[in-house]
Write a protein that binds this ligand. Structure first.
Ligand SMILES: [Zn+2]
Length: 151
């Protein structure tokens, strides 16, 4: 489900803390000041991919006083509430995606950026059957990018 505010008709500048508080309440989360501030950074300007570190830097730049640990915990709470989707790229790094719909990603190994791949641009064929008693919940595809070497 895609529950970010980007699907509404409002432009990003019109997203108010009240809208964000409503989004949090709708997801069963108490809209504390820190959650509202972080949710505003996350959901007020279209689909985004962030790490705890990049969101923490952004919060500090906007004078939102939060610790990295709080950012990390909040991102996980938002993920559990299905406001975010976790995208695991490599052992040390977890990205959080405000677009919770099922989609795939390009990963730029140089910049560490994730880019969405349009839904329908990849079709998966020949998946094995899930083992007895199991069912496939989703398939993740991460297409890694490097710059073309100079010729
Ligand atoms: Zn994405």
């Amino acid at each position: 489900m895609h529950r970010s505010l980007s699907g509404t008709h409002k432009s990003p500048t019109e997203t108010t803390p009240g809208d964000v508080a409503k989004l949090l309440r709708g997801a069963g989360l108490r809209p504390t000041r820190q959650r509202v501030a972080l949710a505003h950074l996350l959901f007020a300007s279209g689909d985004r991919h962030v790490t705890a570190e990049t969101l923490h830097e952004e919060a500090l730049a906007r004078k939102v006083p939060v610790s990295l640990a709080t950012v990390y915990n909040t991102l996980h709470q938002f993920t559990e509430a299905e406001l975010l989707r976790e995208v695991a790229v490599e052992g040390a790094k977890t990205y959080f995606d405000t677009n919770t719909s099922n989609h795939y990603h390009f990963f730029c190994e140089h910049s560490g950026r994730l880019l969405d791949i349009a839904t329908g641009a990849i079709s998966i064929q020949g998946l094995p059957e899930a083992p007895e008693g199991m069912t496939i919940s989703r398939v993740d595809v991460l297409v890694r990018l490097v710059e073309k070497p100079d010729r």
